[in-house]
Design a protein around this ligand. Sequence first.
Ligand code: SAM
Length: 262
Amino acid sequence: MQHQAKKRYGQNFLRDKNLLKKIVNESNIKDKDVIEVGPGQGALTSFLADQAKSVVCFEIDKSLKPILNPIELSYPNLKIIYEDFMDQDLTAFGDDLHVVANVPYYITTPIIFKLLETKQIKTASLMIQKEVCDRLVSKPGSKTYNSLSVVLQYFTNVYKMLDVKRHMFYPKPNVDSAVVRIEKRNTPFLSQEKEKIFLDIVKSAFKQKRKTLTNNWFEAYQIPKEDIHEFLISLQLDPNIRAEKITLEKYIEIAKVWPYDL
Ligand code: SAM
């Protein structure tokens, strides 16, 4: 069956069976409830259904139905819903959910936020742009370290599973990809109240990358710069430090003792 790939839906399909099997095997989904975003022509779907307890797929493109129908019929544990994933309330599908997807790149960040916000989702293995993956897993001092890296690493254990070259897809995209593995932490590092502070101060710290932390916090909260300097020194930090030099652990420590209004 011929299907014309649709650019507007981010359709870049996979077919290398070894790669698909590797992604599924390393996603640890045996006997688990799995959600797949965008099954496309079902390349990943049957490997998922072979291992998982159940697989629920969301596919926005109804014209893929004739290709996906036979796969759905051959797996009693597989259900394909032809709707936009971003509109879904996932609570109906279980409380221990695992997402596996070759993500449509135009909605990579919204998908990651939806996964973070949905309590029922415990892990995600996502094919995303290599550049985005590098940002998500990046560490202090690296050019790609930003507020999303800090926030994601706060809520999850995140690492790169594998690199995937662009020629593995058809049609071939303009960038290389990588599979990122995201595992939610069971216990939060901070209380709810301190967590709110943490999220706010991390976001404001990175607001303008060329500025020092002091300048960014001064602009965000109107705290006198001398006070911020003293505060940083009390935490054994250089008062002229930039946000990208500070570790997750240090941001957590800062949130715990943050003395100012937000
Ligand atoms: N899983 C297939 C594969 O690996 O070959 C297809 C991956 S392709 C990169 C992304 C898929 O997501 C496409 O089938 C596309 O139609 C679908 N898609 C795009 N936006 C979507 C959305 N908002 N909700 C659900 N599916 C979507």
